[in-house]
Design a protein around this ligand. Structure first.
Ligand SMILES: C[S@@+](CC[C@H](N)C(=O)[O-])C[C@H]1O[C@@H](n2cnc3c(N)ncnc32)[C@H](O)[C@@H]1O
Length: 498
């Protein structure tokens, strides 16, 4: 259940906004470099980014926007190009981070070492805090003659030395409890361990004294020892034995979390939070980062926010948030998620009085889509599906774009950056009643390209067209998925695509 953000007037100098500097509870649709340039210096408390990198080419193909797609091959042709793409964005992110702020960069082995060097240059080596290893999957890639790469890397930097850090804990595991908390108080049933009270520093004359007949250098002053003894917190097993402190299990916070995070499973096909968004990260991961590096009402920014995991986690934890993504589809998916999961309203009027959220700069409505030139409409539809529009319309025999499915893995390791053979054709018609002849034409195109599955986008389909699709499946086994513009606008497509 979403926690409601308090809009206390002291924290709310801008009326309805928690910060006078910047609007929050806003998703910006656009290139983050352009958007970030409009942000003032030092305006956010915590930044998490999970940019697409080389290994994510399939995801980009699914979810990217025009500009991203056009620059895709150049940008990802080499790690160097990737770093060049990320550097100006990280410079901007560093600028918009408050002096007390924290920054998390999520990546993997493809570029992590280069990313670390870049971040050291931007944040300074001294502001590097931790390299978090998130075990995201169990041994995969055993086919290769190597140890499988099963983890992601999250670099954690701070802008300065004065920063928020709330230590996070995991409950002790059963084996540990059995081994270390083996005593039970008969009256209360509380489990405890007996902890050492002697001081490792032997040169402490003021802490050297006799207690319960035993002379040692103690950790505490005599007065404190006596008080604890009176409360029954210090026990001596037999006369002459070294007194020890009762440490109760129920007073311990658990095991402090270190840099290896192996307890958070990735989004599985059965996960409740799964939206069908290929690069979706688990909420638990973002919860941990946000709890550790921000406090209630602080501002969390995710500048590559995908389906909005960081925004949902921030909202649930009572933080303010800002999201940026250049894919209109991603922006729609995350808006729907905020509405469904956080029960937030997407409403400008509510937002102005400090509730709800808004999406800025989203390009299209259904009405606009009916009116734009056919070529632009085709581009819009293909991009909205996360496909690649055909640059050369002529000569591609009726295909408006191609989709590269996420499930298709590269056949060989070398040449991973090449596009794969596995793709589905997309056909787009800017009309209300796509009919059976349109479907038959598309089937012909699929046959020419030896494709067994394809996607069709239009404003609507005649009954004949839908019957034709069924008929084709029964007689030829070919699958045509008819999608409507409304479905795309209403974010119904994520499940149909994956
Ligand atoms: C790996 S996904 C993020 C997934 C996200 N962490 C989640 O849990 O859903 C990366 C996202 O960055 C977006 N993106 C790529 N380049 C961008 C840019 N220049 N500006 C803004 N967003 C961008 C893509 O559209 C994609 O949705």
């Amino acid at each position: 259940m979403a926690k409601k953000i308090k809009t206390d007037s002291k924290k709310d100098p801008a009326g309805g906004k928690p910060s006078a500097l910047i609007d929050t509870r806003v998703i910006y649709c656009g290139d983050n470099l352009d958007q970030l340039k409009k942000f003032p210096d030092g305006c956010v408390d915590l930044i998490y980014i999970d940019p697409p990198f080389n290994s994510n080419r399939n995801y980009e193909v699914f979810w990217g926007e025009t500009k991203e797609k056009r620059s895709f091959e150049d940008r990802h042709a080499s790690t160097q190009a990737y770093i060049e793409f990320m550097r100006p964005r990280c410079v901007e992110l560093h600028r918009v981070l408050k002096k007390t702020g924290s920054f998390y960069y999520h990546c993997d082995w493809h570029a992590s070492h280069y990313v670390k060097i870049m971040l050291d240059q931007i944040f300074s080596e001294n502001q590097f805090q931790t390299e978090i290893i998130w075990r995201r999957t169990n041994a995969k890639g055993l086919a290769f003659r190597s140890f499988p790469n099963d983890h992601d890397t999250i670099f954690y930097y701070t802008k300065n030395n004065d920063y928020t850090f709330n230590r996070q804990y995991l409950p002790h595991d059963k084996k540990y409890i059995k081994e270390f908390y083996k005593y039970v108080e008969p009256k209360t049933g509380r489990q405890y361990q007996l902890a050492d009270l002697t001081n490792p520093n032997k040169d402490r004359p003021n802490l050297t004294y006799e207690f319960l007949g035993v002379k040692r250098v103690w950790r505490w002053t005599k007065k404190r020892m006596q008080d604890a003894y009176k409360k029954g917190l210090i026990v001596q097993s037999k006369p002459g034995a070294v007194p020890r402190l009762k440490r109760y299990l129920d007073e311990q916070k658990g095991m402090p979390i270190d840099s290896i995070w192996a307890d958070i499973p990735p989004i599985q096909s059965q996960s409740e939070e799964r939206l069908g968004y290929p690069t979706q990260k688990p909420l638990a991961l973002l919860d941990r980062i946000i709890k550790a590096s921000s406090n209630e009402n602080d501002i969390v920014l995710d500048a590559f926010c995908g389906c909005g995991t960081a925004l949902v986690a921030a909202e649930n934890l009572g933080r303010q948030w800002i999201g940026i993504d250049m894919s209109p589809t991603a922006c729609r998916v995350m808006a729907k998620r905020l509405r469904d999961v956080c029960k937030m309203k997407e409403d400008e009027k509510l937002w102005r009085i400090g509730r709800g959220f808004i999406v800025r700069d989203l390009p299209w409505t259904e009405k606009q889509l009916r009116e734009i030139p056919p070529f632009e409409f085709e581009n819009w539809a293909v991009i909205a599906l996360g496909g690649i529009p055909n640059k050369a319309q002529v000569g591609d025999m009726g295909i408006d774009g191609r989709i590269y499915p996420v499930s298709a893995t590269p056949k060989k390791k070398a040449g991973e950056l090449d596009f794969m053979d596995v793709w589905y054709p997309i056909q787009v018609k800017q009309k209300d009643k796509t009919g059976s002849p349109d479907i038959r034409d598309f089937e012909g195109v699929m046959t020419t390209h030896e494709r067994a599955k394809g996607f069709f986008v239009s404003f609507g389909y005649t009954e004949d067209a839908l019957k034709e699709i069924d008929n084709l499946f029964r007689t030829t086994g070919k699958v045509i998925i008819p999608l409507t513009v409304r479905e795309i606008l209403e974010e119904q497509i994520a499940r149909k695509l994956v």
